[in-house]
Write a protein that binds this ligand. Structure first.
Ligand code: FBP
Length: 326
């Protein structure tokens, strides 16, 4: 008989890997999962709930704010701000640090998150996702500061994402493998369906927006030209990072959003997108690079820093690093 393991049970057991486990992670991850369930419910009825379209505001990235993005932002902020385990948060949608309310308890962790990644896809019913990254604070007490949030990825203590697709999945790591859970809407629980995910050794897919081909560095052009000649990988690009990443994680592949002439630092954000996914892929046996350096070794200097991102099959990412250096 198959044993059913819920996300909460799994996190609780996972925590035993830490000699000083206090139950904090169990609570944090289960609150993130709660936010995910609420967002999933709304995403599933987005058309009916009238949350398609824009609010009329422009966010810190200079992009029009989608209604669903603003709504998901508030959901994360409200739920996670009440846990008592965070001393600060940062979101792709907010210019500054999100301060925990003065009447709430402060904890020892900080969380960076992207409430909805790829939200421009929601109006056309394409998979989207939420991403989170947790660090232990480095300041001693009080409200968290930039110092707590601007830490390199290798210091993350947990990272994960929720993908809102044909089913809703929660994928996380605390540095002891990568585990995936599928939401059973009939009981409202995430159940373990993908234990100890390992990135396949074969590179079945390559995912990139080839519109930028003429703006790419030569190394990237060469790599993509070669991969096409080889004929062993298929082009698969959804244009929704979590959807592309998730498919490649399970199926084998590589995702590239390199620098271009117009975007010398790429498009994706280090704190909210690249760094958490780099932690996950490394735990699954893959690798993430900015083209010259391991993403996890980059120390951010600002909250909304962008980075080129090449992530997935380790051998292929290393190959690209070499091409870019030659
Ligand atoms: P947003 O945060 O504005 O949604 O941008 C992120 C993203 O949509 C990723 O999900 C996706 O991988 C990428 O941008 C697509 O960019 P492009 O349209 O340039 O290919």
């Amino acid at each position: 008989m198959n044993t059913t393991v819920t996300l909460n049970q799994h996190v609780y057991l996972d925590q035993k890997n830490y000699p000083q486990g206090t139950g904090v992670f169990s609570e944090l991850l289960s609150e993130i999962a709660l936010a995910g369930k609420i967002i999933s419910r709304e995403v599933n009825k987005a058309g009916i709930a009238e949350i398609y379209g824009f609010t009329g505001d422009i966010n810190v990235q200079g992009e029009e704010v989608q209604k669903i993005d603003e709504w998901a932002q508030k959901t994360f902020e409200n739920i996670l701000g009440h846990t008592g385990h965070l001393c600060a948060m940062a979101s792709e949608e907010k210019e500054d640090i999100i301060r925990i309310s003065d009447n709430k308890q402060l904890g020892n962790y900080v969380m960076a998150f992207d409430p909805i990644d790829g939200c421009s896809n929601i109006d056309v019913n394409v998979n989207i996702g939420s991403i989170f990254s947790i660090h232990k604070r480095v300041t001693k007490q009080g409200h968290g500061t930039l110092k707590d949030l601007l830490q390199p990825g290798f210091k993350q203590v947990a990272a994960g994402y929720i993908v809102y697709g044909s089913s809703t999945m929660f994928v996380y790591t605390t540095g002891h493998g990568v585990h995936g859970f599928t939401l059973d809407p009939s009981i409202g629980e995430f159940l373990l369906t993908h234990k100890d995910i390992k990135s396949p050794k074969t590179c079945k897919n390559f995912s990139t927006n080839e519109t930028y081909y003429h703006e790419w560095p030569n190394g990237i052009k060469k790599y993509i030209d070669n991969i096409k000649k080889g004929g062993q990988s298929s082009a698969r690009y959804i244009g929704s990072l979590i959807a592309d990443f998730h498919r490649n994680l399970l199926d084998g592949g590589i995702f590239l959003y390199p620098r271009t002439k117009k975007r010398s630092n790429g498009k994706l954000r280090l704190l909210y997108e690249a760094s958490p996914l780099a932690f996950i892929i490394e735990q699954a046996g893959g690798y993430a690079s900015n083209g010259g350096k391991n993403i996890l070794e980059i120390t951010p200097t600002e909250l909304h820093q962008r980075t080129p991102l090449i992530i997935g099959n380790k051998e292929e990412v290393k190959k690209i690093e070499k091409l870019l250096q030659s």
